[in-house]
Design a protein around this ligand. Sequence first.
Ligand code: DAH
Length: 341
Amino acid sequence: MLERISKLKEVIENATADSLEAVEQLRIKYLSKKGEISALMADFRNVPAEQKKVVGQKVNELKTLATEKIAALKESFSTNSDRELEELDLTRTATPVELGTRHPLTIVKNEILRIFEGMGFTIAEGPEIEDDWHVFESLNFAPDHPARDMQDTFFISRNPADILLRTHTSSVQTRVMEKTQPPIRIVCPGRVYRNEAISARAHCFFHQVEGLYIDKNVSFADLKQVLLGFAKQMFGPDTKIRLRPSYFPFTEPSAEMDISCFICGGKGCGFCKNTGWVEILGCGMVDPNVLKACGIDPEVYTGYAFGMGIERITNLKYKVKDLRMFSENDVRFLREFEAAK
Ligand code: DAH
């Protein structure tokens, strides 16, 4: 038995093969169930008990030798491309993915929201397709208010209810107040639509952020302070604000807010038309009629609201001169805001 083993060992050690098929033949010859090593193992029963230990060890060694030898022969035939295939990472992306950049309006919107979130406001959103109640009626627009004219508003249906594209995000105020009792402190970003001829200074859709704060004892001074905080964070710590009396159906009193021109610092330049100020938003104390329409008791609660155009703020911050650029998707324009991310 020991002799058979050592002979086989020599044969296996010297085995050669000239092809992968020949290696497979060797494997069958020595290592398969019907191969020579299996035959040796079958005969192991007949080995006298005292030799079993030594013989068993030798057979095992032989099996290991044969396995390694065949693996080595096989390896010698595997081609480079086989090896490359093994090393290939099939989970890698085929071509590098080019990342886009955030749209300038998104960058500025996020910046506005972040500032108000820092002052305790939460974000609320509403639908772009609205009805007359949420956009006009609940907000104290008189039935014959010009904003309700076809020339300003895109109507979708007049019958049975007036369905239209919202002309401002103030409609979200109503949506939230109808469902929630004060305290309410929200900012509402979104797209709005107006029936305007498209030019460098006007577009048929644009974006706004609406703000609303309703609670007990909210005053005009609170409004002023929050807007001053916003202006300083958005346009720099030296920014001043100025409120001019104005009119909106949903606020009383109403105001428009200017910031000191950040180009000339208020001295007067071409940008601010030599006034030292640029207008950025509308605001006011929520009209008691609006609170009533939304189920909030105006004897108990007061509040302020404000609304600003995101395009307007972006134009000021980045000096974009033509509104149409925001919706043309020219990557050369969009890439300019990469650093501002
Ligand atoms: N909704 C107004 C607009 O679209 C903007 C606005 C002005 C909103 C005053 C307000 C506000 O909440 O108090 O022009």
